[in-house]
Design a binder for this molecule. Structure first.
Ligand code: MTE
Ligand code: HPA
Ligand code: MOS
Length: 765
């Protein structure tokens, strides 16, 4: 398929650069890389208890199994026995302490994955069981935390309550979420000469994989090269956890001196990798007779699992987003990071932000029910106004939510439909409908300031073709498509002239994860910077060669204009080469303006905010608890879109992923701590059929980001996930119309049929 697209591609609906490869099965993932015939395969041997001590690990029969080459245990780790990036509390294999059911205890290396897997079953593990902690509340009671609690405060909550006409209290739960990336965790390690290693890893964070492999193997990072062409989805699940798989593959390659692949199957992947943190909240909200919020006191506690992983910054982001779009004069929050004997929970699209927002949105619905005022009105009343301060003292300079919500509520006919739905509900007892409009404000930047940097490296070859290397990772979100557009636009050449290399730690060092939605913001700017260096260099040389001034040289339509004459871009490149001008340049970018003091918990952690809103309409069957999403209208702000097709794909994809999280995806562990929802047959992600018949997604028309981002665009990866709150609250509206106004409604997320029935039935007596 041709990807010849003419110049001036900026803002055009170009299809994903790998779409033709995705749909034809020709896109190469790690598992598609051809291996030498002598390559070996690894399987993991795991724990059958959730907590206890290893007394004896007898692998005699495992080693004797035909086809097994050798095994890996802690004894084979020359360096650090750790794969944790932020906190070093993740053992590759435990020395003694078992912390969750399914924890890998050793690995088997064999001639095939199947053989390795069968052999792993033959291990004799003698253990002494201990009583596990699974429950968030129990962990709080026992002070069982992966990291110390964090408290924040603004204003005076007690005073705020005293001046409130009304106060409401509630306790709510929110479930976790499995990433369900289509491509599971995988790494392939190839020994090179003299102890060097090349590792193909499906990772959002190659630099971290490189460093953790280097620590485990006790070798300098310069001897380890990590490469990733693309992932079949990451969604945060490949921000920290891929290092585990890469390290085990690397240890196996070191031990056997042969190429080794570790690809876990879906069940193993779901059993051992971390998920979105589930949360428990207790809150109290104080407000006046009009529904203005005056005071908000919240306890939020999350299940972090057995180790810290990214739980610190995830829970910090939950705190940053407890306000969503609303100015709350007096706020107090305490965040508990609970240690439980379950998988170590990790980044997941939104990174704690969705969990933080969930609580205030729930509280707003409580206020609306109590005052019998439309929840949209309560939301609108409490919106931030320009330059108001968040609870961490950041002025909200770019607030557009009021206008965005006005536009959406009008275009979706929210008020009229709410009336019609209320009428329908009066006339129907069995089926109930519901509608809700919810807004989103999401902070863009890594909350740890130093991660907000990126590098790029552009080569121009003498045939005029351009190769871009940057530190970001393609995972389906369209990052490489946008960066090709940016670089083509800078040189003013056809999009097809610009090619993209695999991401490689030997080309761009010390990169941050592709995460926090900032892939294009960071790497797009770094790539633009590299392109501009090359353009200046070429202009200077051509100006002196043709005795013109630099301003007379212009790059236009695949040509370079030299005063009144024009030569092709290719010819210009060749002339620069012959003139001995370097046609390779690095680029760098560091986000300006951001700062944050983690002691006072004040500052400007975010460069800017992204905004959006959605209106969802649902129908529920009050006898079975079944729910169907009938209609969704979305209006989302992406600043000046680099590629509306990609952006709308991200918005709709994010919404559907949020829909799954809040309605169908339920994680369930049996009393021994074994994850029973470990396959698509028991864990229900949304399908194409869940996308409603009536769906409209529009981009908010604006003059672009007020901050100086790449072509005034805004990040789009994570914020749309939270648009799915509209579905959850539409379900609550439907339930409310059945149970009446006079009670507190408890709908726990995910709103599965069971949860919906529970909410309905708890008010039947
Ligand atoms: N879209 C697809 N198709 N696949 C993914 O794995 N990850 C999401 C989002 N959109 C993801 C995705 C997450 S969690 C983030 S942080 C961003 O993409 C990362 O990419 P970006 O920073 O380039 O937007
Ligand atoms: N977002 C996403 N990933 C991260 C962050 C963040 O704020 N901080 C560290 N990893
Ligand atoms: Mo996304 S959770 O920041 O990888």
């Amino acid at each position: 398929m041709s990807d010849v697209i003419n110049v001036s591609t900026m803002g055009h609906q170009i299809h994903h650069e790998s779409a033709h490869l995705h749909v034809s099965g020709n896109a190469q993932y790690v598992d598609d890389i051809s291996l030498p015939i002598n390559a070996l395969h690894v399987a993991l041997g795991v724990s059958r208890i959730a907590r206890g001590k290893i007394l004896e690990l007898d692998l005699t029969q495992v080693k004797e199994f035909p086809g097994v080459i050798t095994v890996l245990t802690t004894a084979d780790i020359p360096g650090e026995n750790n794969f944790g990036g932020a906190v070093k509390d993740d053992p590759i294999f435990p020395e003694s302490q078992i912390d969750f059911y399914g924890q890998p205890l050793f690995a088997v290396i064999a001639t095939s994955h199947l053989i390795a897997k069968q052999a792993a079953q033959l291990a004799r593990v003698k253990v002494e069981e201990e009583t596990p902690i699974f429950d968030i509340r129990e962990a709080i009671e026992k002070n069982n935390f992966v990291l110390p609690p964090v408290a924040i405060e603004r204003g005076n909550v007690e005073q705020g309550f005293l001046s409130s006409t009304h106060r409401l209290k509630n306790s709510i739960q929110l479930g976790g979420q499995e990433h369900f990336y289509l491509e599971g965790q995988i790494a392939c390690a190839i020994p090179m000469e003299d102890g060097e290693l090349t590792i193909y890893s499906s990772t959002q964070h190659p630099s971290e994989v490189q460093h953790l492999v280097s620590h485990a193997l006790n070798k300098p990072a310069a001897m380890i090269r990590i490469e990733c062409k693309r992932m079949g989805g990451g969604f945060g699940g490949k921000e920290s956890q891929p290092a585990w798989f890469a390290i085990i593959a690397a240890l196996a390659a070191e031990k056997t001196k042969l190429p080794v692949k570790l690809r876990v199957d879906r069940e193993m992947d779901m059993t051992i990798t971390g998920k979105r943190h589930d949360f428990e909240f207790d809150y109290e909200v104080g407000f006046d007779a009009n529904g203005m919020i005056l005071s908000f006191d919240v306890m939020m506690a999350s299940r972090c699992g057995f180790s810290a992983d990214l739980s610190g910054p995830v829970n910090d982001r939950a705190l940053f987003h407890l306000d969503n779009c609303y100015f709350i004069p007096n706020v107090r929050a305490i965040s508990y990071r609970c240690k439980t004997n379950t998988v170590s929970n990790t980044a997941f699209r939104g990174f704690g932000g969705p969990q933080g927002m969930y609580c205030i949105e729930y509280a707003i619905e409580d206020i609306a029910d109590y005052l019998k005022i439309d929840p949209l009105e309560i939301r609108q009343k409490n919106f931030y106004k320009k330059n108001m301060l968040t609870h961490f003292d950041m002025p909200v300079e770019d607030i557009i939510i009021e206008d965005l919500v006005d536009q959406l509520s009008q275009s979706s006919h929210y008020l009229k439909r709410r009336e019609q739905i209320n009428k329908f509900n009066q006339q129907n007892n069995h089926f109930k409908r519901g509608i809700s409009l919810t807004p989103v404000k999401f902070g863009i930047s890594f909350t740890a300031t130093h991660f907000n940097q990126a590098g790029a490296l552009i080569h121009i070859y003498t045939d005029g073709s351009i190769l871009v290397n940057h530190g970001g990772l393609e995972m389906g979100q369209g990052l490489n498509t946008k960066i090709r557009q940016i670089v083509a636009n800078e040189f003013n050449v056809d999009y097809s002239v610009v090619k993209m290399s695999a991401t490689d730690t030997s080309k761009i060092p010390n990169t941050s994860a592709t995460a926090a939605s900032s892939g294009t913001d960071l790497n797009g700017m770094a790539s633009q910077n590299a392109a501009q260096t090359l353009i200046s260099r070429m202009k200077e040389f051509l100006a002196s060669k043709y005795q013109l001034s630099v301003t007379d040289i212009k790059f236009k339509n695949n040509e370079v204009l030299l005063g009144s004459q024009a030569i092709s871009f290719e010819k210009a490149v060749k002339e620069c080469y012959v003139g001995r001008i370097s046609l390779s340049a690095t680029g760098f970018y560091a986000t300006p303006k951001i700062h944050y003091d983690s002691k006072t918990r004040k500052g400007r952690p975010f460069f800017y905010f992204s905004y959006g809103a959605a209106v969802s309409e649902v129908i529920i069957d009050t006898l079975t608890g079944e729910m169907k999403l009938l209609q969704v209208d979305i209006l989302h702000d992406v600043g000046q879109s680099i590629n509306p097709a990609i952006d709308i794909g991200q918005i709709e994809g994010g919404f559907v992923q949020g829909l799954g999280w809040l309605t169908t995806e339920e994680l369930w562990w049996n009393p021994k701590g074994k994850l029973m929802t470990n396959s698509p047959s028991t864990y229900k992600i949304p399908t194409a059929l869940d996308w409603p018949k009536h769906a409209k997604t529009n981009l908010y028309v604006s003059t672009g980001n007020i901050e100086n981002t790449i072509y005034k665009s805004k990040a789009v990866g994570e914020p749309p996930l939270m648009l799915a709150f509209s579905v959850f609250h539409a379900i609550k509206h439907a339930i409310r119309s059945k149970v009446g106004q006079e009670c507190t409604l408890h709908l726990s997320a995910p709103a599965t049929p069971e949860s919906i029935l529970n909410a309905l039935n708890s008010h039947n007596d």
